[in-house]
Structures are given as structure tokens and as C-alpha cells.
Design a protein around this ligand. Structure first.
Ligand code: FAD
Length: 387
């Protein structure tokens, strides 16, 4: 495999850099620890509007649905460059989950209604899978959808639903019948979040922020036309959805950006006048993480380049486990560099220290969401033992 950046790629990167330079002063790109905060909805929308002008909103979608036709490696370079420049991270629910699933299994009417808006951010999504008692064991879900005339009547509860407080739509797994196996009788439906009978209740997480919610459904009417694919096939669509994005879980572009920020901060803050960057403990930990991150980046490039020695499903689990561990290591390093400053609210870097603490809190969730570490390890061991 050849990963050399050729002249064409260099020209491409120069074009991307020029585009990013043109966004200076718009407030879309942020630097330093400001990039660790969750991007406000409006900033994401403005970023997508800027990308839309270039036709760059959804590089990884098929060209006929708005994709760019770039190679996988070039898409990764694009993502690295935009993240490095401080572009907001676009929530995965629309671009990475709902869009590709509707492209694969939705009908023409659904594609016509949702794809364009999902790509350019005028339609936002949340993922209604987890329920109390049905997280890792997702097939235990009980939210029911019974068909009455031309509509499903949905009753039940979802939990940990990211962005349900502002999403326009939810793609939800619901039980449309009780099969002999728990995975049977599950369907995927699209629910308008403004429907009567929906109540969204916030959950504040340990990072002190509000991203996730509980969503209650009390006889919510969902038109039959909002069923994705076939009734009872929801489990297969959910698997497709979760396996579709194999490399994003590692969050390498964000980690690279955040490690650079930590290096800068470590050269600016110090213990008794000598900057942290000169301390042996910092240098050792920074080097360990940087090496691991570089290895992860190369692993991703190998997957993207279709290296046959990288079985895609196993690699998805490996990348998720290593990526989430590294996210926590990077966040812990940030807190160790900036932590003492929290005792001095008037310190010039006090805001960065608070951002680091919140970042550490949020990264705790990385080993839980999108398939916990334990579940990923189970999947891996099963795949290896079966092979
Ligand atoms: C920040 C955040 C955002 C989220 N966003 C969404 C969202 O938008 N939509 C959505 O549907 N869900 C979302 N989730 C939910 C997430 O998918 C679940 O939290 C996750 O699947 C784990 O389920 P659970 O919380 O019920 O824990 P449980 O499944 O009860 O697991 C508890 C612990 O037991 C371990 N465990 C469970 N089963 C096994 C097993 N068989 N072998 C070994 N260990 C096991 C788990 O690894 C975990 O450590 C989010 C979660 C978080 C933290």
C-alpha cells in the first residue's frame, strides 16, 4: 500500500486550506481548548452551510446523494485538516447514521424528504435505541409501535438520547411484534420530534453539560410511511448503521488536534516558573500517547485503503477500544497539565483548566457509548475464537 501524499493530494490539501483560511473571522473555526467544548448547534449549521457551497458536506455518501467521490484516504485527510483548523465536529446522528441508512434501506419518498436537509444540517437527528434495561442488551427494548389504520401508535421510553432536545427527527427502534427471539419483531421508524405525546427530559452528565435526554412516548402517532424498509427488519438496519462507520469511533483527528493544544498549553503554564513541557513526567506521557495515536492513525489508513489483513468488523472494535482509551488518556493529561490552575480562578488559564475538566468528564463516556469497551472486547474475542 502506498500512502504517500502525491502532488494531486497536495493540491487538494492546499485547496482545503484555502477554503478554511477564507472562514477566518466567521466564528466557525475555533482554536485551543474552545474546540473541546461541544459545538453550538448554530456553529455546526454555519459550518455545514459553508461546506454546502463547495459540495463538501457529506464526502463519504455516494456521489448521487451528495458525496464527493473522493478516495477514503483523501476523505480522512480532509477530516484531519478541517479538525486541525478548529472546525466543529458534525454530530454523527445525521451524517453517519441516519443518512447512510436511508440511502441503503429508505424508500424514494424518504430519501427525497430527508437526505438533502440531513446533509446540509437543516434537518437534525437523534438516535432512539437505548432504553432503561436495554443498552448493551439492545434486543431487550420494549418501546412498542402498534399499527392502527395507517399509523403506528408508539408508547414507551428511550434514554441517553443525544440531542433529543433540539433534533427535528428521531430514528427509533421499536417493537412492532413479539417474535420467538428478542431480535425479531423490531422495526426502525422515523419519528417527528414535534409530534404530540413526546416529552423530552434533560439528563445532566458529569461534564456539567446537557447533551443527553430521556424521551417519553405517550401514544405518539407515526405515519406508516415513516417505517424504514420492512417491518421486523429493524435489527438488521441497526447493525448496518452501527457497523457502517468503522473508523470514526477512534476520533483520531480530534485527538491529534487536542494533543497539539496540550503541547502548546504545557509550554505556557508551569510549576514554579519552569514550563510543564520541560518536566520528565509530561514528556514521557506525551510521547507514549503520541506514539499510540500515530499507530492508530496508520491502522485507520490501512483499513481505509482496504488492507486485506484488516478484517473490517474486528477493526471497528479494535479502533473503538483503542480510540476511546486514548481519548481518556489525552483528557487525563490535559487535566494533569492544567489541574492545579483550577485552584486559582483568576489565573489567565483558568478557563482552559475548566474546559479540561469538563473534557475529562465527557471522555469518560467514550468507553460506554456506541458499544461499551466490554461489549467490543466480547465481539472481538468471539470473532477471533470463531476464526
Ligand atoms: C454520553 C452518552 C451518549 C449516548 N447517546 C445515545 C444516543 O444518542 N442514543 C442511544 O440510543 N443511546 C445512547 N447512549 C447509550 C449507550 O449506547 C448505552 O449507554 C450503552 O449501550 C450501554 O448501555 P447501558 O448504559 O444500559 O449499560 P449496560 O448495558 O447496563 O452496561 C453496564 C455495564 O455492564 C457492562 N456489560 C453489559 N453487558 C455485558 C456483557 N455481555 N459482557 C460484559 N460486560 C457487559 C457494560 O460494558 C457496562 O460497563 C449514550 C450513552 C452515553 C454515555
Amino acid at each position: 500500500m502506498d500512502f504517500t501524499i502525491n502532488t494531486d493530494d497536495q493540491r487538494f490539501l492546499a485547496e482545503v486550506q484555502q477554503f478554511l483560511t477564507g472562514l477566518a473571522g466567521t466564528g466557525i473555526l475555533v482554536s485551543g481548548t474552545a474546540a473541546w467544548e461541544h459545538a453550538a448547534e448554530d456553529r455546526v449549521r454555519r459550518w455545514l452551510a459553508a461546506l454546502d457551497v463547495r459540495g463538501w458536506c457529506v464526502p463519504y455518501w455516494p456521489v448521487e446523494h451528495g458525496g464527493t467521490g473522493w478516495s477514503a484516504v483523501r476523505r480522512f485527510l480532509f477530516e484531519m485538516e478541517c479538525t486541525r483548523a478548529g472546525a466543529p465536529i458534525v454530530p454523527s446522528q445525521g451524517h453517519r447514521l441516519a443518512g447512510p441508512t436511508l440511502i441503503a434501506f429508505g424508500n424514494d419518498a424518504q430519501r427525497a424528504s430527508f437526505l438533502k436537509g440531513t446533509a446540509n444540517g437543516t434537518i437534525t437527528w437523534c438516535q432512539g435505541f437505548s432504553e432503561p434495561g436495554a443498552g448493551s442488551d439492545l434486543a431487550a427494548l420494549t418501546t412498542s409501535a402498534r399499527l392502527e389504520n395507517d399509523a403506528y401508535v408508539v408508547t414507551g421510553q428511550k434514554i441517553w438520547t443525544t440531542h433529543a432536545h433540539y433534533a427535528d427527527w428521531m430514528f427509533a427502534l421499536v417493537r412492532t411484534s413479539t417474535g420467538t427471539k428478542p431480535r425479531q419483531g423490531i422495526s426502525m421508524i422515523l419519528i417527528d420530534m414535534r409530534s404530540p405525546g413526546i416529552a423530552v427530559s434533560p439528563i445532566e452528565t458529569i461534564d456539567g453539560q446537557h447533551h443527553v435526554n430521556t424521551v417519553f412516548f405517550d401514544d405518539v402517532l407515526v405515519p406508516l410511511g415513516n417505517l424504514v424498509g420492512c417491518e421486523g427488519a429493524g435489527w438488521d438496519y441497526a447493525r448496518y448503521m452501527l457497523e457502517h462507520e468503522r473508523t470514526g469511533g477512534a476520533k483520531v483527528p480530534e485527538l491529534r488536534r487536542d494533543l497539539d493544544t496540550i503541547a502548546t498549553l504545557a509550554s505556557l503554564v508551569g510549576v514554579e516558573s519552569s514550563p510543564v513541557v520541560e518536566s520528565g513526567w509530561f514528556q514521557r506521557r506525551f510521547a507514549d500517547i503520541a506514539i499510540e495515536l500515530e499507530a492508530l492513525r496508520w491502522s485507520i489508513l490501512r483499513v481505509l485503503a482496504g488492507d486485506p489483513s484488516c478484517p473490517a468488523n474486528e477493526m471497528a472494535s479494535i479502533l473503538k477500544v483503542r480510540g476511546s482509551e486514548l481519548q481518556q488518556a489525552v483528557a487525563q493529561l490535559a487535566v494533569d497539565v492544567l489541574g492545579p490552575i483550577m485552584l486559582s480562578p483568576a489565573h489567565p488559564f483558568a478557563r482552559d483548566a475548566a474546559a479540561a475538566l469538563s473534557y475529562l468528564g465527557f471522555r469518560r463516556a467514550a468507553t460506554i457509548y456506541a458499544g461499551s469497551d466490554e461489549i467490543q472486547r466480547n465481539l472481538l474475542s468471539r470473532a477471533l475464537l470463531d476464526s
